[in-house]
Design a protein around this ligand. Structure first.
Ligand code: 13P
Length: 341
C-alpha cells in the first residue's frame, strides 16, 4: 500500500473550499428523482443530465474536488464521444465510484439492513482503478426506530463490512470513503441521534484499526447530528453544529484527513447553513477538514431547473454552480444567507 499516494488523494478531496458531488444514484434512485421532474430515465437521459453537471466549469474547477459515480456512469461517454471520466478529469476533479451493492435485510434482525458488495470486490476495484477511479464509497444504513433499533448486531456487522471494504480499497490504491449513515427519517430527537452516531463511529474506528486500515488514507462520510424529520422539536443551527462537532471530537481520530457530510434529506440551504456554522465556529478545534459530499443538496436545484429540456441547460448549470459555490463558502466558514440571492 502506498500510503503517501492515498493521503495525497484524501487531502485533495478536502482541499480548502472544495467538496464532493455525489452523483452515484443507483438506477432506481435516479428514476425516482427523474419521475419528480417528469423525465423518463434512460441511459441517454441519465448521461445528458450528468454530463450537464460535469461540464459546468465554474463549479467543477473551483468548488468540486471529486465526483462519486455509479457503475453505469464510469463507463459512459459524453454526447461527443469523450468518456465522462475524462470530462471530469479535465476539470481537475477526481472520479470516484460507489462500490457497495446496496442494503439488504439483515438475517435475524427484523427492520435492519446489512450493506452487501464484498464478493469479487478486489477484482472490481482493480477494474475501476483502470477506468480512472481514485476513491470509492460504501454506505451502511443505520435506521433509528424506537429504543431497540439500531441493534449492536447491525452496527457491528455493518462496520465490519465497511472496514473490509476499506482495506481492499487501500490495497488497490483507492481512497475509501466510509459512510455509516444514521438516517434522519423518524421522530427521534437530536440527543438520540448523537448517541447512535457516536456508537456507530466508535465501532467503525475500532474495526478499521482491527483490520489495519491506515486512517491517513481514509475519508469519513457521516450524517450530521440532527433530530429526525418527524421530531416535534427541531434543533437550531447552533445546536446542530455544537453537537455534531462534539460527537466527532469524541469519536473520530485526528489522523483522518477529512470528514465530508451527506445531506440526507436536509433542504439544500439547511445543508449549507449547518456546514457553514461548524466551520465558522469550530475550525480551530477540529483536527480534520470538514466539507460536503452532497447528493440531493447539490442536485435538487439543477434538477428542477433542467426538467429534461435542452433549452434549460444553461439555467440548470447556473443553479448547480450556485449551490457548489455556496457549499464551497460553507467549507470555508464564509457563507451567509445574503449570498443566496
Ligand atoms: P445525499 O446528500 O442526498 O444524502 O446523498 C449523499 C450520498 O451519497 C448518500 O449515500
Amino acid at each position: 500500500m502506498d500510503l503517501d499516494a492515498l493521503n495525497k488523494i484524501a487531502e485533495a478531496i478536502v482541499a480548502p473550499g472544495k467538496g464532493i458531488l455525489a452523483a452515484d444514484e443507483s438506477s432506481g434512485t435516479i428514476k425516482k428523482r427523474f419521475d419528480a421532474i417528469n423525465v423518463e430515465s434512460t441511459a441517454d437521459s441519465r448521461r445528458d443530465y450528468r454530463e450537464m453537471m460535469f461540464r459546468t466549469e465554474e463549479a467543477m474547477k473551483n468548488h468540486i474536488s471529486g465526483v462519486i459515480l455509479y457503475d453505469e456512469t464510469i463507463r459512459q461517454k459524453a454526447k461527443d464521444g469523450t468518456p465522462l471520466v475524462k470530462v471530469i478529469q479535465d476539470t481537475g476533479a477526481l472520479p470516484g465510484i460507489k462500490v457497495d451493492t446496496g442494503a439488504k435485510a439483515l438475517a435475524g434482525a427484523e427492520g435492519e439492513t446489512i450493506t452487501e458488495g464484498l464478493d469479487g470486490l478486489r477484482e472490481r476495484l482493480a477494474e475501476y482503478y483502470k477506468l480512472g477511479a481514485r476513491f470509492a464509497k460504501w454506505r451502511a444504513v443505520i435506521d433509528i426506530k424506537g429504543d431497540e433499533i439500531p441493534s449492536g448486531y447491525s452496527i457491528s456487522t455493518n462496520t465490519h463490512a465497511l472496514a473490509r471494504y476499506a482495506a481492499l480499497c487501500q490495497e488497490a490504491g483507492i481512497v475509501p470513503i466510509v459512510e455509516p449513515e444514521v438516517m434522519m427519517d423518524g421522530d427521534h430527537d437530536i440527543d438520540r441521534c448523537y448517541d447512535v452516531t457516536e456508537f456507530a463511529l466508535k465501532s467503525l474506528f475500532d474495526e478499521l484499526y482491527a483490520q489495519d486500515v491506515a486512517l491517513e488514507g481514509v475519508i469519513l462520510k457521516p450524517n450530521m447530528v440532527i433530530a429526525g424529520k418527524k421530531c416535534a422539536t427541531q434543533a437550531s443551527v447552533d445546536e446542530i453544529a455544537e453537537k455534531t462537532v462534539r460527537c466527532f471530537r469524541a469519536a473520530v481520530p485526528a489522523a483522518l484527513p477529512g470528514i465530508v457530510f451527506l445531506s440526507g434529506g436536509q433542504s439544500s440551504e439547511q445543508a449549507t447553513e449547518n456546514l457553514n456554522a461548524m466551520n465558522a465556529q469550530y475550525k480551530d478545534v477540529m483536527p480534520w477538514a470538514l466539507s460536503f459530499s452532497y447528493g440531493r443538496a447539490l442536485q435538487a436545484a439543477p434538477q428542477q431547473a433542467w426538467a429534461g429540456k435542452v433549452e434549460n441547460v444553461p439555467a440548470a448549470q447556473a443553479a448547480f454552480a450556485h449551490r457548489a459555490k455556496m457549499n464551497s463558502l460553507a467549507q470555508l466558514g464564509e457563507w451567509s444567507r445574503a449570498l443566496e440571492g
